[in-house]
Design a protein around this ligand. Structure first.
Ligand SMILES: [Zn+2]
Length: 465
């Protein structure tokens, strides 16, 4: 979808202002989001503190208990921080956390029709880095929190607003830090909603599917290091650090990891079987068996990288480094692998598999980012609340417990026993989800409005017995 000419767009013409009682949530969200995009928080280095302050000021302005929580600076000039707020419930049930993140990935303005950090608003949308991932999520959470705070009756549960720094580089200094050092901010939280799932619609805006992410694949990132004798490359020996590395990488490139269907993935495909093309329906209903016994189905299924990634460990060779000079043999060459493991698997085991594959003792395999993911159950009040609201907002739309190939900060909270779902109520066709980490990231004002109203309904539905 082409964007209109830049002249049709403008940053929101008003300064930041706390959304008013009775104000249209779409317009209020667009105004706050425009302002949030104009506060750059590209990570590294992040510099999320001014944005944390903007959100906390708005919460306080509306009378909500809120604080800026400083986190490790890690070289950022502006400082790094999380925004935290809490609307107290009547205490009869345990709290729910609305989790989002303040940092973004970079944006190269060259690929954009509209400058990525101006918070442009026009043609019914807000454009800019973070509009979807995840400043747009923070803003919907903020508006929702304000709406709950302004109710005459408290809900059963406290609603905790939490927007963290550092998600895009793994969250160790953001959600990871808060969970380790500031756990009391979560009180006794039972439930959590964050990014990583939402409502998929066809390009025509039809047949919505509500996807609630219950678990994720886990990263297992590693360095592959080869050594050799440095020297002049005019008289190179047959084996050098670089040739050793290339041999190792060639073996890794050919590695075929086994296909395995974890129960969460089997359930996910089962629950969308009735929407699948006729030829895939039987296979989706019993994925493990079909992948083993139906060669045509297996070929079709595995030819789609997005699907194949859900039934096997994957490994991509990303960083490559040898000499920095044409005529110098380096003493060391290294590569990095981005491996992604199925839920429940351990990086240490996969590192052993990589070592066996390389079969060269002189090569070092050094993991540097790894965690194991667990799953959240679906037999919970939060899943039922989402189902109830889905049946009202999108009658007939299935609510699918999903597994995603990427990862979010949800695992930090699942590890504490909190039921954490990746679910943001917004209706996106595939063309718009490509804006995540890509050019022309945008969200419609209609989505911001409907998202806020829907999230409020979900929180209210949690009170039903
Ligand atoms: Zn994100």
């Amino acid at each position: 979808m082409a964007l209109p000419a830049p002249s049709a767009w403008a940053a929101w013409p008003f300064g930041p202002a706390t959304p008013k009682v009775g104000e249209d949530p779409g317009e209020a969200a667009a105004r706050v989001l425009s302002q949030a995009i104009r506060i750059p928080t590209v990570n590294p280095p992040g510099g999320e503190k001014p944005l944390a302050k903007l959100f906390v000021d708005m919460l306080k302005d509306a009378g909500v208990e809120a604080r800026v929580i400083d986190t490790p600076r890690n070289g950022s000039k502006e400082g790094r921080a999380a925004a935290w707020g809490r609307v107290k419930g009547n205490g009869s049930r345990r709290p729910i956390v609305l989790l989002s993140h303040l940092d973004t990935v970079p944006a190269d303005p060259k690929g954009w029709a509209i400058a990525p950090f101006e918070g442009a608003v026009g043609a019914g949308s807000v454009v800019g880095r973070g509009a979807l991932d995840a400043k747009g999520v923070s803003v919907v959470h903020l508006l929702t929190t304000l709406t709950i705070a302004r109710r005459s009756e408290p809900l059963d549960r406290d609603v905790i607003f939490l927007a963290t720094p550092d998600e895009e580089t793994g969250g160790q200094r953001g959600a990871g830090y808060l969970v380790r050092e500031r756990r009391s901010l979560l009180y006794d939280a039972e439930l959590l909603l964050t990014e990583g799932g939402g409502i998929q619609v066809g390009e025509g805006g039809t047949s919505p599917v509500w996807g609630v992410t219950v678990t994720e694949k886990a990263p297992c990132w590693m360095d592959i290091v080869a050594e050799g004798t440095p020297g002049h490359s005019s008289v190179a020996p047959p084996v050098t650090a670089v040739t050793r590395l290339l041999d190792a990488l060639e073996r890794i490139r050919r590695l075929e990891t086994p296909v395995a269907v974890v129960p969460e993935v089997a359930r996910m495909f089962r629950s969308v079987a009735q929407l699948a093309p006729a030829e895939d329906r039987t296979g989706f209903r019993n994925l493990a068996v079909a992948l083993e016994t139906d060669a045509d189905f297996r070929r079709r299924f595995l030819s789609k990288p997005g699907r194949a990634a859900l039934v096997r460990n994957t490994v991509a060779i990303t960083v490559l480094e040898g000499s920095s000079q044409t005529n110098v043999l380096p003493g060391r060459a290294h590569a990095q692998l981005d491996a992604r493991l199925l839920p429940g698997q351990h990086c240490a085991d996969f590192v052993e598999e990589i070592e066996r594959t390389i079969a060269d003792d002189s090569i070092r395999v050094e993991p540097f980012l790894a965690f194991t993911t667990s799953s959240s159950p679906v037999n919970t009040p939060l899943f039922r609340a989402i189902q109830r609201v889905a049946s009202k907002v999108d009658p007939g739309a299935p609510v699918v417990p999903r597994v995603i190939a990427g990862f979010t900060d949800a695992h930090y909270f699942r590890d504490l026993g909190i039921v954490a779902y990746g679910f943001v109520p917004r209706w996106l066709p595939p063309s718009e989800t490509r804006g995540i980490h890509g050019p022309n990231e945008k969200i419609s004002i209609a989505n911001l409005r409907k998202g806020t109203n829907t999230l409020v309904q979900i929180l209210e539905a949690l009170d039903q017995r």
